[in-house]
Design a protein around this ligand. Structure first.
Ligand code: HEM
Length: 509
């Protein structure tokens, strides 16, 4: 039977649309196939661990198993291609010479981390590129001048002592095993808020600040998950997922918190300008510098940029240091002989710790070696990444093309047995002057190196020293064998369920 006129005309557009969709799908499949073939060709000089045909290596990266990475580092010298699904690969490096070549260039940050980070914290120093990055870096560098850092020692000591007073109260009333990470996090937030923003938040006592800390933690986790889950690389897919919806809520929490800090400060900045008493302050803190730049030339610093920088420094300034102090304390709890040596040194220099000076901190050589060794063993930032803007040739002659995402695994580098003898052993003497002399300058990179190194590294080292000195003067720490910490591998390497340590109050000297 012949089809009716109506049937013929309605089905035709449907077939056309179907054929068009099919052609598009086919084209996409060919594109993906060619992409895979190109990647296989570009990476063929570098052997890789066995991969799953669909997930690639993403499972082992998401499982928070740092030991797995160590096994790969041992088996595959210098570097390995890490497949994220069937059509994408990141190139992991962990060799000092490779790191040197990589860090001496100015490739942009990898879109896979920063594209996912920017909706959360905005475009601050961490994620800016080109002339804008240079302008902000030059503007903000004076905020870390050592004359300013010196004035922070007292502020840091106050925050640490406030935390230790809390620990003393806990010790006298109940079981003395606590999650130190939770406390150290609030202490570090308190410190950065006072130092960089001159804000007395009282956050160690007032728990309304906890949502900000929790949001920072959760956001880091979601971003890291997204980087290694290729199905969530697509914005629409991510926004529709439960993690994407949660991410939007977290953005709001961070926005509200920073917005309040900025508005409060803008108000007092204006009041200060009106009364002409800005000069009375001993130093210009981070926010003074940015607000002055904005007041002088609004075009060079928009409100959005201001908010992004505030968020960046608030998060980068407390998240990394709190993690660093926590892991340092954990390392010393596991190694009581080194803890005791630090305590002896600190007592000899600081007495009862009632006042601390810049020079005294400089004398703590054994404690500084322990800090460096803990940053080697558990680097708070376990990896950094860039996207090559031109081909790169490593010192051994092997090359990679432009467009490749390179991940410098700081964890891998710090645990590379070709660089560090017995990398799993906590041995602060690795950092004695005679043992450091011969070491490759790119073997130890907790703060990265080159033009985009950490702007806050002196601040961080200062805070780590003040915190550990005051903690060890008042407490002896031992691990809780029933609750060993588990790594939660995101942008910052945090403990998944906290770090539980047993505290013993020491008699006052
Ligand atoms: C133990 C503590 C810290 C560690 C381990 C650490 C580590 C790092 C690393 C590895 C980078 C390079 C990131 C990359 O190349 O993608 C970096 C950059 C950065 N850090 Fe830190 N950091 C610490 C503390 C701080 C503090 C206290 C601040 C601020 C007060 C800070 C602010 C920044 C900023 C703004 C950048 C970006 C610099 C730029 O690109 O010009 N960091 N940090």
């Amino acid at each position: 039977m012949e089809s009716s006129w109506l049937e013929a005309h309605w089905t035709r557009p449907f077939y056309l649309a179907f054929a068009f969709g099919l052609a598009l799908g086919l084209l996409q499949a060919i594109k993906l196939y060619l992409r895979r073939q190109r990647l296989l060709r570009d990476l063929r000089a570098f052997p890789a661990p066995p991969t799953h045909w669909f997930h690639g290596h993403q499972k082992f990266l998401q499982e928070d198993k740092m030991e797995k990475l160590e096994e790969v580092v041992e088996k595959y010298p210098y570097a390995f291609p890490c497949w994220i699904g069937p059509f994408n690969a990141f190139f992991f490096i962990y060799d000092p010479d490779y790191a040197k070549t990589f860090l001496s260039r100015t490739d942009p940050k990898s879109q896979y981390v920063y594209k996912f980070l920017i909706p959360g914290i905005g475009k601050g120093l961490l994620s800016l590129e080109g002339p804008k990055w240079f302008q902000h870096r030059r503007l903000l560098t004076p905020a870390f001048h050592f004359n300013i850092l010196k004035t922070y020692i007292k502020v840091m000591a106050q925050s640490v002592n406030m935390m230790l007073d809390k620990w003393e109260k806990i010790c006298s009333t109940k079981d003395t095993t606590i999650d130190v990470f939770e406390h150290i996090n609030l202490m570090a937030l308190d410190t950065i808020m006072k130092c960089a923003f001159s804000q007395e938040t009282n956050c160690q006592i007032n728990s309304t600040h906890n949502p900000f800390i929790k949001a920072t933690f959760e956001m880091g986790k979601i971003i890291f998950y997204r980087v290694y889950s290729f199905l969530h690389h697509n914005d629409i897919m991510f926004k529709l997922s439960s993690k994407g919806r949660r991410f939007q809520e977290l953005i709001q929490v961070l926005h509200q918190y920073t917005e309040k800090v900025i508005q409060d400060r803008k108000k007092s900045f204006k009041d200060g300008m009106k009364q002409g008493n800005l000069q009375e302050k001993k130093y210009q803190d981070f926010l003074d510098i940015v607000l002055s730049a904005q007041a002088e030339n609004g075009d060079s610093f928009s409100d959005d940029e201001l908010e992004s920088e505030v968020k960046t420094f608030m998060i980068a300034g407390h998240d990394t240091t709190s993690t660093g102090i926590t892991w340092l304390l954990y390392c010393l709890a596991l190694n009581p002989e080194h803890q005791e040596k630090c305590r002896d040194e600190i007592r000899g220099i600081l007495g009862d710790g009632s006042s601390i000076t810049w020079d005294q901190l400089g004398e703590m050589s054994y404690t500084t070696m322990c800090i460096k060794e803990s940053l080697r063993m558990i680097p708070p930032i376990p990896s950094i990444s860039r996207e090559l803007n031109k081909p790169l040739t490593f010192p051994d002659g092997r090359s990679l093309p432009a467009g490749m995402t390179i991940v410098l695994s700081i964890w891998g580098l710090h645990h590379n047995p070709a660089v560090w003898k017995n990398p799993k052993v906590f041995d602060p003497l690795r950092f004695s002057p005679e043992n450091s002399d011969q070491r490759h300058p790119h073997a130890f990179l907790p703060f990265s190196a080159g033009p985009r190194n950490c702007i806050g590294q002196q601040f961080a080292m200062l805070e780590l020293k003040v915190a550990i000195a005051l903690i060890l003067l008042r407490f002896k720490v031992t691990p809780d064998p029933t609750r060993p910490p588990v790594f939660s591998n995101h942008i910052v390497l945090k403990p998944k369920n906290g770090v539980h340590l047993h505290l013993k109050k020491l008699p006052e000297c």
